[in-house]
Design a protein around this ligand. Sequence first.
Ligand code: HEC
Length: 465
Amino acid sequence: MSPSSRITRLALLLTVILSTAHTLLSQNSPPQSPSSPTQPSHTAPTFYRDVLPILRDHCEVCHRSGGIAPIAFDTYDQARRYAAAIRASTQNKSMPPWFADPRIGHFTNDPSLSTAEISAIAAWIDANAPAGDPHDAPPPHPWAQSWSIPRPDLILAMPRPVPLPPSGDVDYTLEIVPTHFTADRWVQAAEVLPSLRANVHHAVVFIRPPDSPWLRHAPVGQPFTAATLTDPEDRRGAHWTDNDILLVYAPGSSPGQFPTGMAKLVPAGSDLVFQMHYTTNGTAASDQTAVGLIFAKQPPTQRVLTLQLTNDHFVIPPGAPDFRVEARGTLPNDALLLSFFPHMHLRGKRFEYNLIHREINIKRGASSPDLAQTSRTINPIEPLLRVNYHFHWQMSYILAEPRLLKAGTDLQAVAWFDNSAQNPHNPDPNASVRWGEQTYDEMMVGFFDVAVAPNLDKHAYFHRH
Ligand code: HEC
């Protein structure tokens, strides 16, 4: 007998024993057939007691009325209607969406279900999806309409909506949104909320302090693209800036929420600059994206900066199934590493962040077992995150334990692209692919957030102390 058929036999045996136990123990439950290992109804998981808490904690952020998912699981009837799909998607782990290799790192925003939770959902459906007692329901989550963060203290929307054509490419569209802040404000949490979620491929909200020369001749409060600007400096600026980023958004991405004591600074008199990448989907429409802000209740002890590792000098050959592109940087000063946000386009396959340990101290005069020990434990490349990239799900990965990186630390981002015909998202496997804005071009950006001293801005941080 092969090991697998032995396991099957064992499982069958267990099923029979279990269902015999049911018939013995539960007088009132309907007779069980030996082939269906259903629980007796009085011990079966119920919706309100066992399943709703799982949906609340792991699914509702997207699956609620007003959420980003097309179906809502707010009520018993809704969840029951989709019971089979809920079981299938949790068992094959396509839901909740999460793409980090579980062997590397721990992340506070990992929504994955435990094996026990997956089995509880399956057992509930096997038992015919009983409702149970509504009094067992966990307290409802106080969602503030479509926001995933608590109710924002301030909502800043683009003053003018951006009209979108039914088809074709849309150049990066920018809109400058004045904050009118008369004092410096520390932002504890922020979320980007497009009015047309289906058309927003990604958005970056930049902070433009009043002394920044960036896009100074561009119009304020109305959409523009590089092509509509006349000043050459501004035109360049529409594509590239080193101003600090408040937040990066892509469908499914988490809002920016910083640990207590850490926040983003929006200096008095700053503007927010929304850089929008829209995609078209057959219907003309218009979008008016907003950002919701929650301010820190007291001045933070650390300031959060968004940095990035970027490589824009690659050419991916036609058909290449696993093309590697790397970017490296040395941190000029100490920083506390908080989170990652990898960004690629349709050929994105995998993305990693690593620490490169340059100094390997082999103990001198150590006996040979010691030496063997040393060489085993010192790996010059320490992985921090490995993402099996999915173009439709661009997410941030927030470290469960922020990591102090000393000045001089080398951080590496490595991206792999699949330009073969095997990649179902590939728009053209015969193309040589370079850096570019549109999704048929590629990008390689490893955003990451760090916390530094509260008086350091990005320029001061990069000036070595
Ligand atoms: C980050 C947002 C998000 C979270 C969290 C999430 N979903 Fe989804 N879900 C979506 C979106 C968006 C879709 C639409 C299809 C797609 O884009 O993949 C979807 C589709 C589905 C579908 C229908 C398609 C299918 O796979 O059969 C089911 C069922 C589902 N989700 C179940 C769940 C369950 C159960 C959970 C929690 C355990 C969950 N989802 C968590 C966003 C989410």
